[in-house]
Design a protein around this ligand. Sequence first.
Ligand SMILES: *Cc1c(COP(=O)(O)O)cnc(C)c1O
Length: 355
Amino acid sequence: MNNTDIQLDITKTKQSKIDQVDFSNLKFGKVNADHMMYCDYIDGKWQTPKIVPYGPMEFEPSAKVFHYGQAVFEGMKAFKDENEQVWLFRPEQNFERINKSSKRMAIPEFPKDYFFESLKTLLELDKDWVKKGEGNSLYLRPFVIATENGVSASESDRYRFMIITCPAQAYYNKPIKVIFAQEYSRAADGGVGFAKAAGNYGAQFYPTKLAKAKGLDQIIWTDASSHEYLEEAGTMNIFFRVGDKLLTSPTNDRILDGVTRKSIIQLAKDNGVEVVVEKVSVKEIVNAAKNGELKEIFGAGTAATVVSVDGFEYDGTYYDLPTVDEPYGTFFKKALQDIQYNKVEDPHGWTMKAF
Ligand SMILES: *Cc1c(COP(=O)(O)O)cnc(C)c1O
């Protein structure tokens, strides 16, 4: 990582909490490593980033984030290889994306050197929280919130950028059941679907709760105007294998441009799998399920890497997916993880030493 003359303001924890954590029994996102970073935007300028022990913060109830949801976030992971080296996976993509999200939400962009210097320092301090072994990682959650006090509905003039981290094991351990959205929508044309804007996720909880009450795990969102095209899973992009072809929707202003998605598209090309990036219609997938050509559906995102779908509901009918030999989902998950854990060559230069 490029070193700079940035001085962070660092307060180390007096007592690590690491001995209290059962790393073989982690609930995703529930445990935080010892340190966090925060950086305030005041008087038109990002101030010195501070690294402090993880813990509560004080905000006034009138802070704008609580009223208008002016907030964005990122999700990335650090991995440890067999030689104790810690790696990041395509972190510049997350850096660019948080600023793209921020821009759409009228939040000032964060400086690149602050971002990388903070990550590097946090990872070096908390390197023992990054565990070796398949599925283990330290999940990194950069986010920005509007901190100006006062409930007038306009953009804030103060913000806080933060990075918290959580040790993680494999996210989903079993295949999921999904439903294709026919009533609710996640995002609309001209909206904020392409941004990791906090409100996008809150708005999914109610429809997802309804789906869960029916025994389904997640919703595959369709385009808001016709519900005829399959777009994404709301925290993951989605791939369909029809015959031996891999299909996925192109990104647009309703779909998050996932790093995992674009990496899988590249790995498919590297491995001679035909990948078709075109609108995927509900009709073609339902027909393919009926005639046996639909072999797999899988989601792709940082938290889960790849999660396979074992069936979907559409229009009141549940379609089981077949069990296939050598699923693409398993292949791409392993191919990605082999690069992330520095087990194989990294021909595209995706990994970056954390410190
Ligand atoms: C984060 C996210 C994804 C996956 O993106 P990755 O960069 O692969 O983690 C997909 N869809 C939505 C809505 C997301 O928020």
